[in-house]
Design a protein around this ligand. Structure first.
Ligand code: 6PG
Length: 467
């Protein structure tokens, strides 16, 4: 029977959740997984939705179960498995059948796959929201030819999260544009998570708060300007108890952060684009550094533990909240700045306000601030978000707090890589005359690289070093 409207390959956590979401929204879907037992188990556990799902044992059966022209979502691990799956499918598909890679692909791979596909329909879409998002409404960032997006937009917008009725699913541009936007989303995600972890460090090590008090603080912040999914879950993580030991969950989790690579891709690309995203870079560095557990333990033995304790009258929780507000604005400003640069460089015309809009619900970085960010970017997509009046006012009111937190942490030996990078970015971006004149002087001195003068902007001037 060839009547399923869409197909999905790869029934891992995200694939299974997405398939159920599609079925739940009234679309008949065929599914296939390399391990047949997984397909069967998935179908057996689908409850009422099972009637909308056609499980298939072979790729041929799967292709045969789909309405023509076919649309097939791939939810397989990024990299070679995607290429292998595309090759296996193309051998069975018609020329107008559409393949949609919905995994966390590196956008360069998506560019290549889109070019290799030629006239064969292909889309690369970024899907954010973790398992729950995939099941009940993710944020979707589409990339590829607009006509292919339009073919499946009714399904993708139906399954996406909604913000005041508006679907969080948008076509971002050609080729890898959707996966690029998803990568920057993850970069911002890394920085946001890291800044929250740093605030947790100030509370735990600096202010000597227990986990219940820390959880309460996050819960309180989640009612104010910081309201966001990541603050909400951080409170829940801090509140959780380990069933095995009765200790706070955070006390039994090893402090070495994993990463699948999306943050790193963002940072590497930012370097290619010369886009300054120091808070995101610092967050990736912090994950790398966190994995060096033995070296850190040796460092503590060698140098002694830092003093850590900060008096409560020196640093209040209100100040910490304000510092985090400033940090958050700065990390989003950096992410959007990078998107703007890529848009220009790749000739993609990325829709910055629409990107802020699709991030308002469903994705991991959803936050109350994104609504105002969308408005600010609609007014002027080229302007650095930190200069938009609403955010400039917020930064004027909070950068002093960020400064105090970073200063106190420095004095007490608490590492705040992302927050301090955010502050350095802010200070650099509000300094009309910086110190790169010295770097230019040095470059000219040892390499005759030339410089522009304040009274003549043309490059190629040289200093009197030789005389
Ligand atoms: C999302 C997440 C999701 C996942 C990433 C990051 O938007 O739903 O970003 O894609 O969490 O794979 O994982 P790492 O932290 O392992 O890089």
């Amino acid at each position: 029977m060839s009547n399923a409207e869409i197909g999905l390959i790869g029934l891992g956590t995200m694939g299974a959740a997405l398939a159920l979401n599609i079925a739940d929204n009234g679309f008949d879907i065929a599914v296939w997984n390399r391990t047949t037992a997984k397909t069967k188990a998935f179908h057996d556990q689908a409850g009422d939705l099972a009637q909308r799902i056609t499980p298939t044992d072979t790729l041929e059966d799967f292709v045969g179960a789909l309405k023509s022209p076919r649309a097939i979502i791939l939810m397989v691990p990024a990299g070679q498995p995607v290429d292998d799956q595309i090759a296996a499918l193309r051998a069975l598909l018609d020329d107008d059948d559409l393949i949609i890679d919905a995994g966390n692909a590196n956008f360069h791979d998506t560019n290549r796959r889109a070019r290799d596909a030629g006239d064969l329909p292909f889309l690369g879409i970024g899907v954010s929201g973790g398992e729950e998002g995939a099941r009940f409404g993710p944020s979707i960032m589409g990339g590829g030819k607009r006509a292919y997006w339009d073919r499946v937009a009714h399904i993708l917008t139906a399954i996406a999260a909604k913000h005041q009725g508006q679907p969080c699913a948008t076509w971002m541009g050609e080729e890898g544009a959707g996966h690029f936007v998803k990568a920057v989303h993850n970069g911002i995600e890394y920085a946001d998570m890291q800044m929250i972890a740093e605030a947790y460090g100030i509370m735990r090590d600096g202010l000597d708060m227990d986990h219940a008090a820390i959880a309460d603080t996050f819960a309180a912040w989640d009612k104010g300007p910081l309201r966001s999914y990541l603050i909400e879950i951080s409170g829940k993580v801090a509140a959780a108890t380990d069933p095995a030991t009765g200790q706070p969950m955070l006390d039994v989790i090893v402090d070495a952060a994993g990463q699948k690579g999306t943050g790193r891709w963002t940072v590497i690309e930012a370097q290619h684009l010369a886009a300054p995203i120091p808070a995101i870079e610092a967050a990736v560095v912090a994950r790398n550094l966190s994995s060096q557990r033995e070296a850190r333990a040796a460092g503590e033995d060698l140098f002694g533990a830092a003093p850590h304790r900060i008096a409560h009258d020196v640093l209040s929780l209100d100040t910490l909240e304000e510092a985090l507000i400033a940090g958050k604005i700065l990390c989003y400003a950096q992410g959007f700045g990078m998107i703007e640069k890529a848009s220009e460089q790749f000739d993609w015309a990325l829709p910055l306000p629409a990107i802020a809009e699709v991030w308002r619900e469903g994705c991991i970085i959803r936050s109350a601030m994104l609504d105002d960010m969308a408005t600010a970017l609609r007014e002027n997509p080229q302007r650095n978000l930190m200069m938009a009046p609403k955010f400039a006012d917020k930064l004027k009111a909070t950068h002093g707090a960020l400064r105090q937190v970073v200063a106190q942490a420095a004095l007490h030996g608490i590492a705040l890589p992302a927050l301090s990078s955010g502050l350095a970015y802010f200070d650099a971006m509000r300094t009309a005359r910086g110190t790169a004149n010295m770097v230019q002087g040095q470059r000219d001195f040892f390499g005759a690289h030339g410089f522009a003068r304040v009274d003549d902007d043309a490059d190629g001037h040289h200093g009197p070093w030789g005389s």
